[in-house]
Ligand binder design. Structure first.
Ligand code: ST9
Ligand code: ZN
Ligand code: ZN
Length: 338
C-alpha cells in the first residue's frame, strides 16, 4: 500500500485553497512523506473489501451471463445514479463546500441519496473531505496521493489514519454540519439507515415486486452496484490527483481528468476544483459535458429548491490561469466545452 518517501507522480508540490470549505491551505507540506509512520492495516476492513469485490465479481458474472432481469438492471442503475448525485450534489458540493443553498425537501433527497452511496455519514465524509482540501497531499490528508495510487484509491480505508489527520483535523470547523438536524439524524442512526437503504431495499424490491431471484438481486443490485460507485468515487482521489492537465495551477497535483469527470458525474475537473472549491460546477466550463451534477443542481435551481449557486467570475479564473496555469488553458477550455 505504501511507497516509502514517494514523491508525487510529476514531482509537483500541492499548495492551494483557503479556509473550511477548502479555500485555505497549510503550505508547510512537502512532496516527500515527512515523519512517516508505518501503516497499520485494519483487517476487518480488508476482509470486508475482499468480500465486496468477490460478491461484485459474481454480480457482474450474473449480469454478463444474462441472469439479471432488465427491471433489476434499471433498478441497479437507478441506485448508481442516486449514489452519484447523493455524493456529488449532496455530500460534496452542498455539505462539504456549501457551493449552493437548498430547501428542506432537497436536503432530505440529498441525504437519502447520500445514504444510498454508503460512503460514511455526511458528517464523517465532509470532515475527511474538508481536511483533504486544507492539507492536500500532506500527512494530514486522509487519502494522501503521494503514497501512491492504491493508497489514495482504497488503501486509506483499510488503514488507521495518520496521527496528523486526527490532530490537524481538529481545526476543521464542523459547526454548520452539527447545526443541521438532517446531518445529525443521519449520523446518529447511520448503521440501520445505511443497511436498509443501501442493501436491504435494493435487494428486496426486485425480489418482491418483479420476481427477481433473491441471490441475483443481492449480488447485482446491492454488491455490484455499490462496488462500482465506490471505485468511480475513489478515482477522483487517485487518478484525478495524478493524470491530466493543470490549466489553473501547475504547482498542485490535482488535474483535469475527462474520463473521471464522466464516470464521477462531473467531479474529474479536479485542478479547477482544488483552486476554486466553492464553485457549484466544480469546473470552469462545459458544465453539461460530463458534468451531470451541474445539470442536476441547475434543475433544482430552476424549481427554486436550490439557490445562491456560487461560481467564479471569468476574469478571476483567467487571472489565476495567467499566474499559475500550465499553459494548456486555451486548448482545454476549447476542446472540453464543445
Ligand atoms: C468511502 C469514502 O468510500 C469515499 C470518500 C471519497 C472522497 C472523494 C472526494 C472527491 C469528490 C467527490 C467525488 C464524488 C464522485 C461520485 C461518483 C459516483 C458515481 N478530522 O476514522 P476513525 C478522529 S467510505 C478530524 O475511526 P481510525 C475523530 O476524533 C466506504 N478528526 O480513525 C474520530 O472519532 P469520531 C465505506 C478525525 O481508527 C477518530 O479520529 N466505509 C478525522 O484511524 C477515529 O476516526 C468504510 O470503508 C478527520 N478527518 O480508522 C469505512 N478522521 O469519528 C472505512 C478521524 O468519533 N473507515 N478523526 O469523531 C474506517 O473503518 C476507519 O475510518 C479507518 C480509520 C479504518 C479508515
Ligand atoms: Zn482532491
Ligand atoms: Zn472538494
Amino acid at each position: 500500500l505504501n511507497s516509502p518517501l514517494v514523491t508525487s507522480s510529476n514531482g509537483k508540490v500541492s499548495e492551494s485553497l483557503r479556509e473550511k470549505t477548502g479555500s485555505k491551505t497549510d503550505n508547510s507540506k512537502s512532496k516527500r512523506i515527512e515523519d512517516e509512520e508505518p501503516l497499520k492495516l485494519v483487517w476487518r476492513n480488508v476482509f470486508l473489501f475482499i468480500y465486496l469485490h468477490t460478491a461484485a465479481f459474481y454480480g457482474a458474472y450474473l449480469w454478463l451471463s444474462g441472469q439479471v432481469m432488465w427491471q433489476t438492471f434499471l433498478w441497479g442503475f437507478l441506485f448508481y445514479c442516486m449514489s452519484g448525485f447523493g455524493i456529488t450534489g449532496g455530500a460534496h458540493r452542498y455539505w462539504a463546500h456549501r457551493a449552493f443553498k437548498a430547501n428542506t425537501p432537497l436536503r432530505l433527497i440529498l441525504a437519502f441519496m447520500q445514504t444510498v452511496a454508503f460512503q460514511n455519514s455526511i458528517h464523517e465524509w465532509c470532515r475527511d473531505h474538508r481536511v483533504h482540501h486544507k492539507f492536500t497531499e500532506s500527512n494530514a490528508d486522509p487519502h494522501d496521493a503521494r503514497r501512491g495510487f492504491i493508497f489514495a484509491h482504497i488503501g486509506w480505508l483499510m488503514c488507521r489514519k495518520h496521527k496528523d489527520v486526527k490532530e490537524k483535523g481538529k481545526c476543521i470547523d464542523m459547526s454548520d454540519l452539527e447545526a443541521d438536524p438532517i446531518v445529525m439524524f443521519q449520523k446518529n442512526y447511520y448503521v440501520p439507515l445505511v443497511l436498509t437503504i443501501s442493501f436491504f431495499i435494493p435487494t428486496l424490491v426486485p425480489w418482491l415486486f418483479w420476481g427477481e431471484n433473491f441471490i441475483t438481486a443481492w449480488f447485482f443490485a446491492a454488491q455490484f452496484r455499490y462496488c462500482i460507485t465506490l471505485h468511480m468515487t475513489w478515482l477522483v482521489n487517485s487518478a484525478a490527483h495524478m493524470w491530466g492537465l493543470r490549466p489553473y495551477d501547475k504547482t498542485i497535483n490535482p488535474a483535469e481528468n475527462k474520463s473521471v469527470a464522466f464516470w464521477a458525474f462531473g467531479e474529474g475537473w479536479h485542478n479547477y476544483h482544488h483552486v476554486f472549491p466553492w464553485d457549484y460546477k466544480t469546473a470552469e466550463v462545459g458544465q453539461y459535458r460530463y458534468n451531470f451534477t451541474a445539470a442536476f443542481i441547475d434543475f433544482f435551481a430552476w424549481l427554486g429548491w436550490a439557490y445562491d449557486l456560487k461560481s467564479v467570475p471569468k476574469n478571476i479564473v483567467l487571472q489565476r490561469v495567467c499566474r499559475t496555469g500550465d499553459g494548456s488553458h486555451a486548448n482545454h477550455v476549447h476542446t472540453e466545452s464543445e
